[in-house]
Design a protein around this ligand. Structure first.
Ligand code: AMP
Ligand code: MG
Length: 549
């Protein structure tokens, strides 16, 4: 990533910059191929029979580029000069439409915290349209925080800088971890304040506003299909499914009847969602708001709100204070919640088929597929090769050890590869615990019962590694490729936000750069891999987040 701190000031938009931005190849399939809202007034309403409503971004006072992803810019054919031009900030702050753009807000519904919420829609995200990237892939460019839409439901359509930094950093970090996600092209400060009550406790305050340009081949959500189904609008539902099959799952179109295609679609969405949640569980990502409107039909990580990264291994942890009561979206519940959400998607699709059996079969396969992939992932990251008899018990013992004290799970899994495995019977405990010295939030625990339990487990782990038969080098390579050294720890994101709010973008820039190589050791950057400092334990933004963003 690059930030504005290294940018020379530039005068107003030059003709060349405008030409480059206007040269983006808009295709706009979503608005061209699906029915739109005939009403073009920007007022809150129920939108029936349409997939989207036309709406333009609301201009902002002083758009200023704060950060951008060189990889995404390159993918879109935008050179560094263009990105750094004043025209770029004007376009991606929402003040100017590039030629060919057909801006819209999408219509969708969803279950929020388990309850059907009816119409939701893009309340503060406005898509500029779809463009063709360098590889000929259609990408929707979407400005999050670009102002009110027909779906804003009384809210302001804006986003604050802190949540925009979090979305920007995390979506790019997720991509570099090799996990399916929407991307972020850039982060633009608006120059306007936005008022938010961070913890909903009667203390609203003005905060700087920002816009993130999100990029994905599709932003369709489970809730996109649920809404017309809930309204018995089979015509729109069918058109949405056909659109999705044709554009995002073209390999399924050849399968035969429409009915067969629908079954295959659900099966593939189940498979992609399974792979996604296995990845989240591996790296310790907690989405925080797995409502059906936040689940992507492509299996991408979508809508970065009050997400968090697991620090000490606590399956019951959720970063979302709005969810503190029921903890529906806690780390350990994510696989089940994704399954629940897939049920809701199937419930929406069932109206399109005569025989629900294939849909039922896809849902029934989920738990087994998840278990199998989760086990394979765990066996690989622990250096065992593949999952074998007895491993279920070994895993259960590991989780008991990891929850017996406050143990940093990122450091544990990463540093496990450095624990010796040969002649373990002859080695003293300290040799086994040595590489893991940083994992303990309370260092005294290492010398107590938890330390003893850890040593016992490490000894059986090492024997199991021997049975797996991987050569030392290969084993470490596999383990290091699955257990990141660097993740977007909650407190690191907050430090970058604090600095950016004070006008210093250097930490944001460096953190984004560190997260581009999460599986590599990065000498000199050890501080970005350190466990959470004590000051961050109860700090808002580090351990507690709300939907207020
Ligand atoms: P989320 O919980 O972020 O997935 O948002 C749920 C719904 O609320 C979506 O329809 C959002 O577009 C909408 N929403 C969230 N924040 C705002 C805002 N500041 N202004 C308008 N709509 C919003
Ligand atoms: Mg959402």
């Amino acid at each position: 990533m690059s930030t504005e701190s290294s940018l020379p000031p530039r005068p107003g938009p030059s003709a060349d910059d405008l030409v480059a931005l206007d040269g983006m190849r808009f295709t706009n399939r979503f608005t061209a191929e699906l029915p739109g809202d005939p009403d073009s007034a920007n007022g809150v309403r129920q939108v029936l029979g349409a997939a989207s409503s036309p709406v333009r971004p609301t201009p902002v006072s002083a758009p200023r580029l704060l950060a951008w992803s060189p990889e995404v810019a390159d993918q879109l054919g935008l050179s560094e000069d263009v990105v750094r031009s004043a025209a770029f900030a004007e376009v991606f702050g929402g003040n100017r439409l590039p030629a060919g753009a057909e801006p819209y807000a999408a219509c969708y519904g969803g279950h929020q915290f388990g309850n059907w919420a009816g119409q939701l829609g893009d309340g503060r995200a406005i898509a500029l349209g779809e463009v063709l990237d360098r590889h000929g892939v259609h990408q929707t460019l979407q400005l999050k925080g670009a102002g009110p839409t027909p779906y804003s439901r009384g809210a302001d359509g804006r986003a604050v800088l802190r949540s925009s930094i979090r979305e920007y950093l995390c979506s790019e970090a997720m991509h570099h971890l090799g996990i399916a996600t929407t991307r972020a092209l850039c982060l633009v400060a608006t120059g306007d304040d936005v008022v938010r009550d961070v913890l909903y406790d009667g203390h609203p305050r003005p905060e700087p506003g920002a816009v993130v340009c999100r990029v994905a081949p599709s932003f369709l959500r489970f809730g996109t299909f649920q809404l017309p189904a809930s309204r018995q609008d089979r015509v729109l539902l069918r058109r949405l499914v056909e659109f999705t099959l044709r554009n995002d799952f073209p390999h399924l179109v050849a399968l035969g009847s429409f009915e067969e295609q629908v079954g295959a679609l659900l099966a593939e969405v189940c498979a992609r969602s399974t792979a996604l949640v296995v990845d989240w569980m591996r790296v310790g990502f907690v989405h925080g708001v797995l409502n059906t409107d936040n689940l992507s039909i492509l299996g991408l990580t979508l809508d970065y709100g009050p997400y968090g990264w697991l620090e000490n291994f606590d399956p019951g942890w959720t970063p979302n204070t709005t969810d503190a009561q029921g903890r529906r979206y806690r780390y350990g519940n994510q696989p089940e919640i994704v399954h629940w959400n897939l049920w809701q998607l199937a419930n929406a699709l069932v109206g399109l088929v005569e025989d629900p059996q294939p849909l039922q079969a896809a849902l029934d396969a989920y738990s087994g597929c998840y278990q199998e992939q989760y086990h394979a992932m765990m066996a690989a990251r622990l250096g065992w090769g593949s999952f074998a008899a007895g491993d279920e018990e070994r895993l259960a013992e590991l989780f008991a050890v990891l929850t017996s004290a406050e143990i940093d799970q990122v450091l544990f899994f990463r540093d496990l590869a450095r624990v010796p495995v040969n002649d373990v019977a002859a080695r003293p405990d300290e040799e086994l615990l040595g590489p893991l010295r940083e994992i303990w939030y309370e260092p005294a625990d290492a010398a107590g019962a938890a330390g003893e339990a850890m040593v016992r487990w490490l000894r059986s782990w090492a024997v199991r590694v021997g049975v797996g038969g991987l050569a030392e080098d290969e084993r470490r390579q596999i383990m290091d490729g699955l257990n990141p050294r660097f993740v977007l720890r909650n407190y690191l994101a907050q430090e970058a936000i604090d600095a950016a709010e004070a006008g210093d973008l250097s930490l944001l820039s460096e953190l984004a750069d560190v997260l581009r190589h999460p599986y590599d050791e990065q000498p000199g950057r050890e501080r970005f891999a350190a466990r959470r400092p004590e000051w961050a334990r109860h700090r808002v933004g580090c351990s507690m987040l709300s939907c207020s963003s």
